[in-house]
Design a protein around this ligand. Structure first.
Ligand code: SIN
Length: 367
């Protein structure tokens, strides 16, 4: 009898231990599949969707054209298998436009929301989905006005969501993967696309159609990402910041593209139209014709700030090399391309910085 009692007891103990092992292992399996139990420990990423090809759908107009900005941020997240294992994601729609229509109103909306998100600890990182055409400009604007060590990453796609081998889902996955990587902290605003990580200051779109369109011509990409890893090639580099202007209407700064047979007509017209600044997309290392240089002299006399940049896509524009900038009262853009030089000048003017030596100083990257 006592023996039978002992055998019954031990079988109860075995059953209990078995049940505990089953419960523990099945909850681990649940966690491995990325379902609820482990989620509370994952980093929080807020996706701010603005539109672009990544949100595009094939158009009825033709087999290769598409309507950008047709899919929401929520849809974008839902279309990326496995992304829920990287982060707890939320999406907000900031705009839904092709990025040719990107404008300073959306930039301010983004900047204010991102500042609020980090100030109120709403997320650990922000990923912005954006059209590729002006992505570098939005990235540069945000890099200048947002002061945070939290990762802020822009991503997009060269092919719409309905295309064969659409690149959006992989770019989205990799952007979130970089956003949650501890090594991404303190690196300013970045662009992640096609397995590469770029700093906002140097990145530019170089191809109309290739997936490998974003390049950082002067400095190279700052890192690489794939499904398995995130690698940064060096320590964080930080640049100077500028206060987000209180006035949302940024001063009028125009870009004038230099070319052979260049006269001063566009320069004179821009001054007449009330431009506060002009950026010259100059030939070679930022040159213009003799006639255009006379036009620039007139513009400087009228109080317009002139920045010489270059149309060539790579290299620095330095002071007093082929053009005597001191004599003509000009500012040079160093490593900033014309579209980024324009934004920086707008931000400086909006912050009432008009002293040319101070403006020149702010064009220098702070390494
Ligand atoms: C756009 O910039 O909105 C269109 C092009 C793209 O996203 O690749």
């Amino acid at each position: 009898m006592a023996q039978l009692y002992r055998r019954r007891c031990s079988s109860w103990v075995y059953a209990l231990v078995g049940a505990i092992i089953f419960a523990v292992s099945s909850s681990f399996a649940l966690a491995q599949t990325g379902k609820a139990p482990m989620h509370s420990s994952l980093p929080r990423v807020l996706v701010l969707a603005t539109g672009g090809t990544i949100s595009g759908k094939a158009s009825e107009r033709s087999a290769i054209s598409y309507d950008a900005g047709a899919v929401t941020g929520e849809d974008l997240i839902a279309g990326v298998p496995g992304i829920e294992k990287l982060a707890r994601l939320k999406a907000e729609q900031i705009s839904n436009i092709p990025s040719q229509n990107m404008n300073s109103k959306v930039w301010f909306r983004l900047a204010e929301r991102i500042n609020q998100v980090f100030a109120h600890d709403e997320a650990d990182a922000v990923v912005i989905t954006h059209g590729t055409d002006t992505m570098e400009e939005t990235a540069f604007f945000l890099d200048k006005v947002i002061k945070t060590s939290h990762p802020v990453i822009l991503t997009g796609a060269m092919r719409p969501s309905t295309a064969i081998s659409a690149d959006g889902p992989a770019n989205m996955y990799e952007a979130v993967k970089v956003a949650v990587d501890p090594a991404a902290q303190g690196r300013g605003v970045m662009i992640v696309l096609n397995d590469t990580i770029h700093a906002a200051r140097w990145v530019t779109k170089t191809s109309t159609t290739s997936l490998e369109t974003f390049k950082s011509q002067i400095a190279g990409p700052i890192g690489a990402v794939d499904a398995a890893s995130v690698r940064f090639f060096g320590p964080p580099v930080s640049f100077n910041h500028i206060a987000l202007p209180t006035e949302q209407n940024l001063p009028q700064v125009r870009i004038i593209y230099a070319h052979a047979d260049m006269d001063a007509q566009q320069i004179d017209e821009a001054v007449k139209a009330g431009a506060a600044g002009l950026v010259i997309a100059g030939m070679g290392d930022g040159n213009v014709s003799q006639e255009a240089l006379s036009g620039l002299d007139r513009a400087v006399k009228a109080g317009v700030i002139i920045v010489r940049s270059a149309r060539v896509g790579e290299g620095f524009v330095n002071r007093n090399v082929e053009v005597n900038d001191d004599e003509h009262g000009l500012v040079v853009s160093y490593d900033l391309n014309p579209q980024k030089a324009r934004i920086l000048l707008q931000l400086l003017l909006a912050n009432h910085v008009r002293d040319k030596s101070k403006i020149q100083q702010d064009f220098l990257a702070r390494y």
